[in-house]
Design a protein around this ligand. Structure first.
Ligand code: ISL
Length: 537
């Protein structure tokens, strides 16, 4: 099917934390292959594999030192080939993380660039002469200046993330061609696409302090498309924190000249502080409805949405958006219903299908994420109290999503026989896959049913979107309509019962999770309860 990704459900694997077969304490590629039956049972179509390339792991693999090699921590190229093949045998495609805004400082391009002013690789990066001060006051996203002085060459280089992640210079056509060559190499191996890390910043102009949406951004993406995946029916999804609706229409233009879709983060940012992500406010349901509704309407027929609440950078969705104590199971199911009912391609972050929760370590030493550690160090130096910082880290920190998968109630949650690289959430005895697979009312079984539903009914792909009960303070509800069918999705986004007054007409085709037949009058929902039905007139 052309544009098969419209009907697909993607599952993100964060390899370090998925499944360890070697006893190293870090997950590996064989561990992913070993769990393919689990993923096939869940019903997903695509695995987005976070980076497994050679890397010094300054940013857990988002610092790549060789795009053509596998990090020995994760295994070998043979393991990668075996994973692609075994996945294909089960009808599962693999998309790779494409991290080409920057490389690792241990990449041979950067090493040569630093060592030799005449090297063609000098211009693969963004170097500026040392004029006795930093070229400008731009900050890195992980704290501290975006320019670092390389003592040996006496030059500053630019890095939007850690100083171990020098930014590539996209103005250099030779560099761009090397990236395209590498992409084709992976595509020829049989992968089904790319998730493009921070792709919106490749058109940056540091001297003008432009990062997102530089003037050459879309031309570069179009060039990449033409040089690599044009003519191959693959899935491409760009990570675009700053994307507006107009940008997203360009990126996901149905003419296929750029990407399949982008991750936009308006819903995530609606809970973040204005100044910085660490200052989260409460869920603003009205705002959330507005944001989703806006995106659903704007891209209908004009582009394509990606649907997600979680990823490896974000807190666990049930903890951030739901209630991870009294109503953990209910709110995990409700969030899934709400999201998978919309138009777009849903992404499940590993463990979300179990309702895995955030972690709260007491000591900063237990955290491993470079962004979290930098934040703590910088803010502590500015005089912020330990407890204040820890509470922000508990709510937002990236390690929330990175604690190992909880496979069973056995030692180390069945994740490893060794010492886990990041501590396991102590709730693994209650929350784990072994307990949920095959259990009728588990979060896992719910996801499985939802994924199957989306596949069975085209209305999920084609139906238009209308918010209903817009002003209701507890309810997030919408309809999707196509032909004579209507899909109703009604979710109680609160921890108290909600009174509603919804008339529904037609003959039910399907009742997902409520009573046996379509109620002609829906009058209330329990805390975090979700209702979904398809009816025809
Ligand atoms: O969540 C974030 C916004 O403050 C950042 O943690 C994150 O860096 C940003 O979302 C960009 O993410 C991507 O690029 C980073 C990498 O650390 C993230 O893991 C990746 O998803 C640099 O490659």
């Amino acid at each position: 099917m052309k544009n098969w990704w419209k009907k697909a459900c993607v599952y993100q694997v964060y390899p370090a934390s998925f499944n360890d077969t070697s006893g190293s304490g870090t997950g590996d590629l064989r561990g992913v292959t070993q769990k393919l039956d689990y993923l096939q049972d869940l019903g997903i179509d695509v695995i987005w594999l976070s980076p497994v390339y050679a890397s010094p792991m300054a940013d857990n693999g988002y610092d790549i030192s060789d795009y053509y090699a596998i990090n020995p921590l994760f295994g070998t190229m043979e393991d990668m080939d075996a994973l692609i093949k075994e996945a294909e045998n089960r009808g599962i495609k693999i998309i790779m993380d494409l991290v080409v805004n920057h490389t690792s400082d241990a990449h041979k391009w950067f090493e040569e660039a630093k060592a030799n002013p005449d090297s063609p690789y000098r211009d693969y990066y963004i170097f500026r002469d040392d004029k006795g001060q930093v070229p400008n006051d731009m900050d890195s996203i992980f704290g501290g200046p975006a320019w670092t002085l390389d003592e040996a060459s006496g030059m500053y280089y630019f890095h939007l993330f850690t100083k171990e992640q020098p930014d590539l210079n996209w103005e250099n056509p030779a560099m761009r061609n090397d990236v395209y060559k590498m992409m084709n190499w992976w595509l020829d191996k049989g992968i089904a696409g790319f998730r493009m890390d921070v792709i919106e910043v490749i058109g940056k102009i540091p001297d003008e302090k432009i990062t997102d949406n530089g003037p050459m951004l879309h031309p570069y993406i179009q060039e990449m498309n033409a040089a690599t995946y044009k003519g191959r029916d693959i899935l491409t999804v760009g990570e675009c924190w700053g994307a507006t609706i107009e940008d997203a229409k360009k990126y996901s233009n149905p003419d296929g000249s750029e990407l399949s879709m982008v991750f936009q983060f308006d819903h995530v940012k609606s809970r973040w502080g204005d100044a910085e992500k660490w200052l989260a406010g409460p869920v603003d349901l009205q705002k959330l409805k507005e944001i989703f509704s806006k995106w659903q309407h704007a891209l209908y027929g004009k582009g394509w949405n990606s649907l997600f609440f979680g990823n490896h950078d974000l807190p666990r969705s049930v903890s951030f958006w739901g209630n991870d104590t009294t109503y953990r199971v209910e709110s995990a199911k409700m969030l899934a219903t709400l999201l998978h009912g919309m138009q777009g391609t849903p992404y499940i972050y590993q463990g979300e299908e179990l309702g895995m929760t955030n972690i709260q370590f007491d000591a900063i030493e237990d955290y491993k994420d470079v962004e979290t550690l930098n934040y703590y160090r910088i803010k502590t130096a500015e005089g912020e109290a330990h407890d204040t910082l820890m509470s922000r880290i508990h709510t937002i920190g990236r390690d929330n999503a990175r604690t190992p998968m909880q496979w069973s109630s056995e030692e180390n949650a069945g994740f490893t026989s060794g010492q886990p690289w990041l501590a396991i959430n102590p709730n693994y005895k209650e929350i784990n896959a072994a307990q949920q697979v095959g259990t009728a009312d588990s979060v896992y079984s719910y996801y499985k049913a939802l994924i199957a539903l989306r596949k069975a009914h085209d209305i999920f792909m084609n139906g238009n979107f209308e918010l209903i009960m817009e002003a209701h303070p507890q309810i997030f509800a919408y309809t999707r309509r196509v032909g004579d069918q209507t899909l109703y999705c009604v979710c109680n986004f609160s921890d108290t019962p909600a009174d509603i007054d919804l008339q529904m007409t037609g003959k039910d085709i399907l009742i997902h999770n409520y009573k046996e037949s379509l109620p002609d009058h829906l009058t209330g929902l329990k805390p975090y309860e979700a209702f979904m039905a398809i009816a025809s007139v």
